[in-house]
Design a protein around this ligand. Structure first.
Ligand code: SAH
Length: 249
């Protein structure tokens, strides 16, 4: 017998930004796995009839294996992530773990999309992602910093709006400062920048600044940093990127 695994993006935090499909997948599961903070974020959807398997940050491979094994053993399983599970989330790990099983044991797997942090932050800032943009993670836990910086330089040179995930944590204190200094080689000092912390959650915070004035200490583990490109302007409290590459807004 093979069960089913749903890899679920819960959105940025608040219940209002969770999709109906994500809610249904969590409610319908017999086993719900995830980082304990994400299980707390969907505690309103779970109950005593379900088995909850919280885990710590950093236990991703084990979590993926537990989820896939439980589904292969016949259970309906939900593996929850914040935002979208396919963006710096658990989906690729869980899918490759499932693909490594012999075909007869492979459970059916589906990925349920969620609103990612860049999109939640973009809406709070206005319309900074109106044209081409790139998401980059500044985390160098899964890549050497040189590789991160090479990508940063490529997108900076391509004049894309940037959504910077994982800009700062206790263990990664200098990467955002370095990023600002690299971007300053490509973009003017007055390039608009928005910092959005805890989008859609308690304590939500939005700050507008410029590339030259960007203070890396204003960002934390729950901040996404949006950096404008040539078409991005500050219109009062909004950050807006022109839809046209040639004409003004
Ligand atoms: N899968 C998630 C991203 C996980 S990586 C998604 O699609 O959103 C973790 C990073 O996401 C954080 O360091 C932060 O940069 C960003 N992030 C996640 N939730 C956020 C929120 N509610 N507000 C602002 N940034 C958030």
């Amino acid at each position: 017998m093979t069960g089913a695994l749903s890899i679920v993006g819960l959105g940025p935090g608040g219940h209002a930004h969770r999709t109906q499909a994500a809610q249904d997948a969590v409610r319908d599961a017999q086993i719900v796995l995830g980082y304990h903070g994400y299980l707390a974020a969907c505690a309103d959807l779970t109950g005593p009839h379900q088995s909850l398997m919280p885990s710590e940050i950093g236990a991703e491979q084990q979590r993926a294996e537990d989820a896939v094994r439980a589904a292969a053993d016949g259970a309906r399983v939900a593996l929850v992530s914040s935002g979208d599970a396919g963006i710096y989330g658990m989906a690729s790990l869980a899918l490759s773990t499932a693909a490594a099983l012999p075909p007869a044991r492979r459970p059916s797997v589906r990925v349920v999309p969620g609103i990612t942090a860049a999109v939640a932050a973009g809406a709070l800032l206005g319309a900074p992602l109106a044209r081409d943009f790139a998401c980059l993670t500044l985390s160098d836990l899964l890549a050497p910093w040189d590789a991160v910086e090479a990508r940063l330089r490529a997108v900076a040179a391509a004049d894309l709006v940037l959504a910077l995930y994982n800009p700062r944590s206790r263990g990664r204190p200098w990467q955002l400062r370095r990023t600002r200094d690299v971007l300053a080689e490509y973009r003017p000092d007055d390039t608009p920048v928005g910092l959005v912390t805890d989008a859609g959650r308690d304590g939500e915070q939005v700050e507008l600044t410029t590339l030259a004035a960007l203070d890396p200490d204003r960002a934390g583990m729950h901040t996404v940093v949006i950096v404008g490109a040539a078409g991005t302007s500050r219109l009062g409290d909004w950050l807006v990127t022109a839809r046209s590459l040639s004409a003004p807004l």
